[in-house]
Design a protein around this ligand. Structure first.
Ligand SMILES: C[S@@+](CC[C@H](N)C(=O)[O-])C[C@H]1O[C@@H](n2cnc3c(N)ncnc32)[C@H](O)[C@@H]1O
Length: 187
């Protein structure tokens, strides 16, 4: 949505520096399948930098052209080769032109059904989908919007072609979160 682009451009533009890599991604890094990774809603790229530094070939997708510009500038500084796709993930079909991926990550973003319905098609067989975002407890204690929150066990049976490897509810420095790890089992 155009309003998402305006809102997120303003947020990214006003931020200086980069947050640390996401804790769940760091913890589960060894579960990712090498080597092409798609970072959905990558923002300014903190997780994309981490993955590229570990040797993954990373593509970051986000609606914010300003966020992606900051990602590319920082990647250049760090001598990292990260591809970017400026896209409204409510209309994700063009991602199929960039597929397949060995792994997909999605951190602190709740995709709509269009994008979730495409995840399996974007993955190689045995590909991994790692997803971690804020849950309803975070909405209770902060201004985090409830419509963007994950709910208990909400997606454990959602994907016909993906096997659930792990579902966890936890708290870290950023707040109350749910983490999912899936593996594509059906070609
Ligand atoms: C909370 S940030 C998370 C960024 C990154 N994943 C991270 O962990 O640092 C949410 C991101 O979702 C992006 N976003 C919001 N709505 C979007 C949409 N409809 N399509 C694509 N990206 C979107 C924003 O631009 C923002 O970068």
């Amino acid at each position: 949505m155009i309003t998402d682009r305006i809102k997120w451009n303003a947020r990214h533009e006003n931020r200086i520096g980069f947050h640390p890599t996401d804790s769940y991604l760091k913890k589960q890094l060894t579960k990712l399948k090498a080597d092409r990774v798609l970072d959905l809603a990558c923002g300014r790229g903190r997780n994309a930098f981490f993955l590229a530094e570990q040797g993954y070939k990373v593509t970051g997708a986000d609606i914010s052209d300003i966020g992606l510009h900051m990602l590319r500038s920082e990647a250049k500084q760090r001598d990292l080769d990260i591809k970017t796709v400026n896209i409204d993930l409510d209309h994700p079909e063009i991602l199929l032109d960039t597929a397949p991926y060995d792994s997909i990550i999605c951190i602190n973003f709740k995709p709509g059904n269009n994008l979730l319905g495409l995840v399996s098609a974007l993955l190689e067989p045995e590909g991994i989908f790692l997803w971690c975002s804020f849950n309803e407890k975070q909405a209770e204690v902060s201004g985090f919007p409830i419509n963007m929150a994950l709910h208990p066990e909400e997606y454990i049976n959602y994907f016909p072609a993906l096997q659930l490897l792990e579902y966890v509810r936890f708290t870290d420095d950023s707040g109350f979160r749910d983490g999912y790890l899936f593996k594509k089992t059906i070609a």
